[in-house]
Design a protein around this ligand. Sequence first.
Ligand code: AMP
Length: 342
Amino acid sequence: MESSKVTIATLGSHSALQILKGAKDEGFKTALVCLKSRLKLYSRFKKLTDEIVLVESFSEIMSQEVQEKLSNLNAILIPHGSLVEYVSLEQIENNFKIPIFGNKYILRWESDRNLKEKLLREAGVRTPKVYSSVDEVDSTVIVKLPGAKGGKGYFLATNPKEIREKLRILNIREEDIFVQEYILGTTAYVHFFYSPLSDELEIISMDRRYETNVDGLGKIPAKLQLQSNPDLSYLVVGNIPIVLRESLLEEIFEIGEGLVRASKELVPPGFIGPFCIEGAYNGEGKFYVFEFSARIVAGTNLYVNGSPYTWLLYDEPMSMGKRIAREIKRAMEERRVKELIT
Ligand code: AMP
């Protein structure tokens, strides 16, 4: 089948522009499920979109009307962070009529902290210590709140008393928090692409996040930091590029391969296409993985025109969005699309 007969669809948010651009570059038709409130924004990039499906809220993607519209367009939906955030996992797993690129069942594993830990352990990667009880806290920890959007409201503490005081102020129950060893070091978020068609793992790109207001804190002197004692927030506002020392790459590939292996065992068919690890190098240069995402992450938006890593593999600009479209195109040529969708 030709790529022009298939529509690549996504929700208008997160990494949509790059996904649409990549799909267009590979000859697909594109559709955007767009909030009425964001129509003005996406109209500024109208050449990227063939069809706009207007909705009041993203949860409307589950309505029969929207599903039928997308189905008539022969659409494959590319999931990203906003799908996971605004549509329930039950709906995604059970009620989606149109094919989703990737393994939709693994999205649950990135949302549920216990499942996430299980997959990381199975992959054999180094992770920060997790404290099952606040009473055990004896070093600097990061306290992650339930349902925190993009790290908003996470806080640091060094002992049980501090944690309990803070929880009392925030009116949050102790059993709802996730307490993890804080890795003091340099963060690096690696964007992988696993191709089930060629059984190959690629590093597409890497980023660091700019998180307000923790990233602003270092710009004021220690005395003022102590005086103002601000409520920290890890809310992401943007992304910054990074490349790793070449000698660190092999370990990163091994971590990615461990995750691919573990995902195949625990959530078959495992990762399909993009996934990301979030971690930090501590003072000794040891890398600790504290999160993974099982789909495209917004840090890839830095590289719409390709990254240093894709430039080594492709003699053309290659973004994550385009890499996804390229995989679908190849699968269509080889009649293997079923291997890429769930
Ligand atoms: P997350 O919601 O897990 O992606 O975390 C949001 C941000 O909190 C990350 O981008 C890091 O800056 C920081 N963070 C999360 N977990 C840790 C950790 N264990 N050690 C150090 N920083 C962390």
